[in-house]
Each structure stands twice: as C-alpha cells, then as structure tokens.
Design a protein around this ligand. Structure first.
Ligand code: PLP
Length: 365
C-alpha cells in the first residue's frame, strides 16, 4: 500500500504557478514588498475581512514580532496544548509563560481558570484556536478589559473560519496565522498577523526588516522575517481555490465521522456551534483502557498510515523547559495529550482511503 501521511500540501497546477511567477522574471524583484506580496496581502485582507494585515516568512516569527511590538512585560497566560512555537515565542521574548488548563471538549483555554492565574505581572493572554476550535473569545475579552490585558490569538489552525459570520481574524488585539505547507492555506512557508490598531503596521513592517524605518534610519533592533515573491505567488494560486479545498476537507472529515461514530472508547471531534469550520484536523481521543492511543498509532504505522500525536508532549513538558519554567497544573491537557491522535486529513485524501484507515482502527480492539 502507498503510504498515507498525516497531511499533504495542496498544490496549484504546475502551469498555473509558472504563469504566476513569470512576472517575477520580468521585473527581477524577488522580495522586499514586491508586486506579488502587495497583491496577496490585499487579497488576504479581503478574504479574512480584517482592517489590518501584514505578511511574514513564517508564522512563528510573526508571533515573535507581534509579542515584541506590543511592549509586553512579565507574565503571559497561555496553554500548553499547542505546538512548541506558541510557548517558544513567549520565552524568546524574555516573557514568562503561565500555563492555564484546557476545556475537555474543545481543547481551548479554560476561561474559568484564567482570573486565578492573573498577577500584578500579567500583561497578556495568548490563547490558541486549537484544531480550528475557537476559544471563548467573549469571556476572554471581558477578562482582558477588566484587568487591562492584551489578547493575542495563535490562530495558526484557524484560517478562514467564521463565527456567526464574523471573521476569526478580528478577535482580540491581534491574531497570528501560519501559512506553512501543512496548513489549510499555505504559501510554502509563511504567516501573517491581523490586528486592530492600525498604527502597529509600521512597527511590524519595520521589525520584520531589520528595524529599518527610512532610507537612513533604523529605529528598532529588528530581525528579518519578510515573505518573498515566490511564497506570495504560491499564496495567490492557493487562495483561488481555498473554498473548494475546504469543501473537500469537509467530505473527508464527515467520512471519518460516519465510519467511526459507533465505535466504543473513542471521542470524535465536534464542530462547534455557530462556526463555519475549515476542517483543519481530525483529532481523535482514545479514552478506553483496553485500546490505547499508542497501540492505534503503531498499528496504523505498520499499515503505512501515519497519524500524529498532536499535541504530545505538552509544551510545559518539553525538555528545553525542564527546570527553567513553571509547568503549572494542567491535568486536563495532560490527559488529552496522552490520548489524542490526529488522523490523516487533506483535501485530496480519497474517501476509500478514509474507509481503509477506519477499518484498521476498528480492528485494533
Ligand atoms: C504551525 C503552527 C505555528 C507556527 O507556524 P509556522 O508558520 O510553522 O512558523 C504556531 N502555532 C501553531 C499552533 C501551529 O500549528
């Protein structure tokens, strides 16, 4: 059997991409806010229905710059049920992550616990829309206003989602999106920040370009995190068929549900109320004593099907943070981290492959 990876990047037709990059050969401008960059930024601003957006070479550096430009200090309340990037961005900015537990149903930050974690040093909340499950943004907003905290969303999984018709890009002070090859929408590698305060645009654009603010002036100690023209061209192509892509993902998602709904000892993902999903992931929880997540993972692997223990370990258990940061008390996150498996999901995954994967899982018990 041909191996099935947990994800597979969507690609435009080869000729379509060639057509898109032709202009780059004509004008010989490969990066630094070229025409493709300008075009994609404007198209994404419209697609995400957001007032302000700035593109990045990847999502992680976008998040690092975002934390930097908001002048945060001290402690940031966040969750450990996420990719290493979220916690790294906090620590690499010289800030201290304070870990809040997650909800058992959607794996997003447990808002009831947030207030008990706030101290005089808290300056922001950095929740994650895990798997495209949207956080309780209303309650987070209420708490942030009460304590005068900034809210930054890690929206790496949430591209294109709307809540009651409202774009996910407009919650909190700002959101970071990742356009990595494995994400629902990609620019090979890439990312973006969407934000409320339009005065941040100048600072972010400067921070991602060595802090340069004018021909003879460098105002910030910035790094380099600009998106290049080839990335932008890939984004322009992929954005043309993003809705189609999400529809195809939906079929795969629903096929999994159909196949696995009657299986015992397994919790399946639910689409939250009032949300138009992007079907980014299919996380399954094996919470039965007799059938462990690791057994299913190994059995699938033997059959050339590659699932992913996403997220395991928790970021507050990563080796690099041993004895360096306080891991806090996050028992719910720990429980799900030991039992979760994300199954292969991408637009071009065949429905008969989904059936086969499900048959292997059902035979495990
Ligand atoms: C992918 C991802 C990132 C980092 O994005 P890159 O574009 O790969 O740098 C950050 N947070 C989460 C939750 C992610 O899944």
């Amino acid at each position: 059997m041909k191996p099935i990876q947990v994800t597979q990047s969507s690609m435009p037709r080869f000729e379509e991409y060639c057509e898109e990059i032709k202009e780059i050969w004509e004008n010989k401008i490969l990066t630094n806010n070229g025409i493709k960059h300008v075009q994609l930024e404007e198209e994404l601003r419209k697609y995400l229905k957001t007032p302000n957006i700035t593109l990045y070479t990847n999502g992680h550096l976008a998040l690092e710059n975002l934390l930097e430009c908001l002048n945060l200090a001290g402690e940031i309340i966040t969750t450990p049920f996420t990719f290493a990037s979220t916690t790294h961005a906090i620590v690499r900015n010289g800030l201290t992550p304070v870990f809040c537990d997650i909800n058992p149903d959607d794996f997003t930050i447990q808002v009831e616990q947030i207030e008990s974690l706030i101290t005089e040093k808290t300056s922001a909340i950095l929740p994650v829309h895990v798997y495209g499950h949207i956080c309780n943004t209303k309650e987070i907003e209420r708490i942030a206003t009460k304590y005068n905290l900034k809210v930054i969303y890690d929206a790496a999984h949430a591209f294109g989602i709307t809540v009651n018709g409202e774009s996910v890009a407009n919650f909190g002070d700002a959101s970071m999106f990742s356009f990595h090859a494995t994400k629902v929408f990609h620019t090979i590698e890439g990312g973006a920040i969407t934000f409320k305060d339009s005065s941040l645009k100048e600072i972010l654009n400067s921070l991602k370009n060595f802090g340069i603010s004018g021909q003879e002036s460098v105002e910030y100690i910035g790094g380099n995190a600009k998106m290049n023209e080839f990335q932008a061209a890939m984004g322009i192509c992929n954005l043309r068929k993003i809705n189609e892509e999400i529809d195809k993902r939906k079929l795969v998602f629903e096929r999994y549900l159909e196949n696995l709904q009657d299986m015992e000892g397994i919790l399946l993902p639910k689409i939250q109320r009032d949300i138009k999903s992007n079907y980014a992931y299919f996380p399954v929880i094996f919470n039965h004593d007799r059938l462990t997540r690791n057994e299913v993972f190994e059995t699938l692997k033997k059959q050339n099907v590659f699932s992913r223990k996403y997220f395991y370990p928790l970021t507050n258990r990563l080796k690099c943070y041993e004895r360096k940061i306080n891991s806090g008390e996050t028992p719910i996150a720990q429980y799900y981290s030991e039992r979760v498996l994300t199954l292969p999901l991408y637009a071009d995954l065949g429905l008969e492959d989904v059936d086969r994967i499900c048959a292997i899982i059902k035979k495990c018990r």
